[in-house]
Design a protein around this ligand. Structure first.
Ligand SMILES: [Fe+2]
Length: 390
C-alpha cells in the first residue's frame, strides 16, 4: 500500500471548509479530524503555529464514501441531466446526445469522482447562476469532446468532469464578491483570479483525481496571447482546458447576467470567432463552429453574405459565398491589405478585388468578422468609391 504525504497551502483554505482526511503538522502532530470544519480563527491559529503548510497522509486506499453519499451523488448527476433539460441552449437532437454523454459518464464515475460532483452543490447553495453555468459548460464540453472524435471515452469523461468543476473554487470565494454587480477593484480582481487555483487545491486533495480534470480547472482562464490569469504560453498547455475555456465563454455570453442580457447564439459564436488569436486558436474554434454551433443555434451561420471579414494574411475581404463543407472557409473577395495600430486600421486597397476560395487556400484563414458599425460603414464607403465591392 503506497503512503504519500500531501502538503496543503493554508492560504487557499477558506474558513468553514473541511478535509476528507485527518490533518497533521510537518512533524506529524495531529491537528484536525477528518471532515471537521475549520473556522476563521482556527485557520489564523494554524498559520501562526505551523506557517503556511499543513499535511495529510494519503494511504493509497480508495476513498470510502458512505452508501448514502454515493446515492446522493448519483442523484446529483441525474439532477445535472434535468438541468440540461431546462436550458434552452441546445436543440432537441443535441439534448438527446447530451443525455447519452451524461449517462455514459455517470456510469463510469468512480466514487471519488462522484464525491467531486457533489462539490458542485456548494456552488448551487451559494450561487444558482454558477451552478447552472457549470452544468451547461460540462454538457457543451462533453458534446464538443465527443464530436471531435479524437478522445477516448475516459478523456471525454474527464473533460466533462473538469468542465462541471471548472469554477468550483468560486465556492471558496467571498460570496459578496461573486455577486457584486459593479466594476471590481484591482484587489477584488486579484481575489477572483485565485479561483482556478482554489478549485485545483480542493480537487487535488481528493484521491486519484485525473490530471485532465485538474488541468481543466487550473488552466481554464489561459489565453492564446498569453494574457490569461497565469500568462502561460498557450502552445505549451494541454488541449483539455482550452475546450473548457471555449464552452465557458460561449455559455457566459448566452446567459442573462445582472449587468447585461444574454446575447444570441449567433452573436456569441461571432464573438468567439473574433477572439481567434487573442483568446483561442484557430483550429479549435473552427471545430467548435463546424461541429457544435449547428446544434446550438439551429445551423444559423455566424456571418452573412457581404459581411467584411479579416484574414490571417492581414487582408480584408467581403464574404461572397458560404463555406460548403467548412463554415470557416467561405469564398471571399479580398480588397485590401492592412496594418493594425491600436484600434485603427491603416489600409492599402487593391486595384481590383481578388477572389479567394478559402477552402482551397491553406495560406489564408478567416480570423474575424468586423462588427464595429462605424468602421464597417467607413470601409464600405471607400470600397464603393473604388468599385471594390463587387
Ligand atoms: Fe472560471
Amino acid at each position: 500500500m503506497s503512503v504519500r504525504r500531501i502538503r496543503i497551502n493554508l492560504n487557499y483554505v477558506t474558513p468553514e471548509s473541511s478535509f476528507i482526511y485527518p490533518i497533521h503538522s510537518d512533524s506529524g502532530e495531529h491537528i484536525l479530524d477528518a471532515r471537521s470544519p475549520v473556522s476563521e480563527k482556527m485557520l489564523a491559529d494554524l498559520k501562526k503555529r505551523f506557517g503556511d503548510y499543513v499535511f495529510y497522509t494519503d494511504t493509497g486506499e480508495r476513498a470510502v464514501i458512505p452508501a448514502h453519499h454515493m446515492r446522493a451523488a448519483y442523484n446529483k448527476s441525474r439532477e445535472l441531466l434535468e438541468e440540461i433539460g431546462k436550458t434552452q441552449k441546445i436543440s432537441r437532437i443535441a439534448y438527446r446526445e447530451a443525455e447519452r454523454v451524461v449517462e455514459e459518464i455517470v456510469n463510469d464515475l468512480s466514487s471519488t469522482e462522484i464525491g467531486a460532483i457533489e462539490l458542485m452543490k456548494d456552488l448551487k447553495s451559494n450561487d444558482e447562476y454558477h451552478f447552472t453555468h457549470s452544468v451547461n459548460v460540462g454538457v457543451l464540453a462533453g458534446l464538443f469532446a465527443r464530436k471531435r472524435g479524437t478522445y477516448t471515452r475516459d478523456e471525454i469523461k474527464y473533460i466533462m468532469l473538469g468542465s462541471y468543476l471548472h469554477d468550483v473554487g468560486c465556492s471558496r470565494l467571498d460570496q459578496q464578491l461573486l455577486k457584486k454587480e459593479g466594476k471590481l477593484t484591482v484587489t477584488e480582481i486579484q481575489k477572483m483570479k485565485r479561483h482556478p487555483q482554489m478549485g485545483y487545491e480542493l480537487l487535488k486533495s481528493l484521491e486519484h483525481m485525473s490530471p485532465i480534470v485538474l488541468q481543466c480547472v487550473l488552466f481554464h482562464h489561459e489565453r492564446y496571447n498569453s494574457e490569461g490569469y497565469y500568462g502561460l504560453p498557450y502552445e505549451t498547455l494541454p488541449e483539455f482546458p482550452k475546450i473548457v475555456s471555449i464552452c465557458d465563454i460561449y455559455d457566459a455570453l448566452t446567459s442573462n447576467r445582472p449587468y447585461r442580457p444574454a446575447v444570441s447564439p449567433v452573436f456569441a459564436l461571432r464573438a468567439i470567432v473574433n477572439a481567434i488569436e487573442s483568446h483561442f486558436d484557430y483550429e479549435l474554434i473552427s471545430e467548435f463552429a463546424n461541429k457544435i454551433a449547428p446544434i446550438l443555434n439551429h445551423a444559423q451561420m455566424f456571418y452573412t453574405l457581404n459581411d467584411i471579414c479579416e484574414l490571417s494574411t492581414q487582408e480584408l475581404a467581403l464574404i461572397k459565398e458560404y463555406g460548403r463543407d467548412d463554415c470557416m472557409k467561405p469564398r471571399v473577395n479580398a480588397f485590401c491589405k492592412f496594418v493594425r495600430k491600436g484600434s485603427q486600421l491603416h489600409v492599402s486597397y487593391y486595384p481590383e478585388p481578388v477572389s479567394i476560395d478559402l477552402s482551397r487556400d491553406p495560406r489564408r484563414k478567416l480570423t474575424k468578422i468586423l462588427n464595429n458599425e462605424h468602421q464597417v460603414q467607413a470601409i464600405r464607403e471607400k470600397i464603393s468609391e473604388r468599385r471594390l465591392d463587387g
